[in-house]
Design a binder for this molecule. Structure first.
Ligand SMILES: [Zn+2]
Length: 212
């Protein structure tokens, strides 16, 4: 996908949490694309995972950064906040997801990783973020995320769910989809739309592989 778009270099990759569906392709990406920085939560990785990644980063001259040391990144008029709602003693690695809040050109974007309802309540308590333009729904639209309280406060104009077609978990969850439809968000699911591309000029423009 990146290659198809002529992207041969990435300044930053954020690995939300060490689950295979979020980093399985990382060794391949490192080998095929010039990457400058990778941001992770080092504490969420096992010693073995971390040393493997460190060795590969060294080999390819990539800076491996811990998100706690870099909670804010600025690129021109783009600001990126890496939000910490991690529940360190949780055995559920989804609850170790780094949440990313991006502001660009007057638009706001919130990317939830696989954060669960427990992370969402920490988020609501600690961060005053609401009414975002684009929300990447947590955990592929599973019912462990996207509580009514969270969706009501965040109230996204556009919602994105990443889920494979006919996936074995039957994601997204119907209750989550109903909850999103109830707030009249413009919902896109990769299982229906294929790739979803959004351009962030003055007006948001959304392109999908499959027209809905
Ligand atoms: Zn996932």
């Amino acid at each position: 996908m990146l290659k198809k778009r002529g992207i041969s270099q990435l300044d930053y990759i954020i690995i939300t949490h060490p689950h295979l569906d979020h980093m399985g392709e990382l060794p391949y990406l490192i080998e095929t694309i010039k990457i400058k920085h990778i941001i992770i939560d080092k504490k969420s990785f096992t010693r073995q995972q971390l040393s493997k990644l460190e060795i590969q980063c060294q080999q390819y001259k990539i800076q491996l950064l811990d998100f706690r040391q870099h909670p804010q990144l600025f690129f021109g008029d783009v600001s990126i906040n890496l939000i910490d709602t991690i529940i360190e003693n949780s055995v559920d690695l989804n609850e170790h997801s780094i949440i990313t809040y991006i502001r660009v050109n007057g638009h706001s974007i919130l990317l939830m990783g696989d954060a669960t309802s427990n992370n969402e309540s920490i988020f609501l308590q600690n961060y005053n973020i609401s009414n975002v333009d684009i929300l990447k729904i947590g955990h592929h639209g599973s019912k462990t995320s996207s509580t009514a309280a969270f969706i009501d406060k965040i109230h996204p104009k556009v919602s994105l769910i990443s889920a494979g077609k006919n996936n074995m978990y039957h994601l997204p969850n119907k209750e989550v989809v109903d909850r999103l439809n109830a707030i009249h968000t413009n919902l896109f699911q990769t299982s229906e739309s294929g790739n979803v591309t959004i351009t962030l000029h003055d007006e948001l423009k959304i392109y999908t592989d499959v027209i809905k």
